[in-house]
Ligand binder design. Structure first.
Ligand code: ZN
Length: 78
């Protein structure tokens, strides 16, 4: 992570590798960065289409594979 590398050496920028605009934290680089959101939204859309269900768009589910009752399938698409 850019933030961790920056703590080790100030030679490294603490900005996100992809957008180079926000601090490169784990949460930003793997979830909230605009560049990666495009990827996750595509995955979310394709999963709903293939499984014919509505899924909550959550980092817990996509990054941590936590399929909790309140995060999981909302309803079956008709
Ligand atoms: Zn970014």
């Amino acid at each position: 992570m850019p933030v961790c590398l920056h703590k080790i050496s100030s030679d490294y920028s603490n900005l996100c590798f992809k957008c180079k605009q926000e601090r490169g934290t784990y949460m930003h680089c793997f979830w909230s960065c605009d560049k990666i959101q495009f990827y996750w939204k595509g995955i979310h859309h394709e999963l709903e289409k293939i499984l014919k269900i509505r899924m909550v768009f959550s980092p817990a589910m996509f990054l941590l594979n936590l399929v909790l009752a309140n995060l999981a399938i909302a309803n079956v698409l008709s």
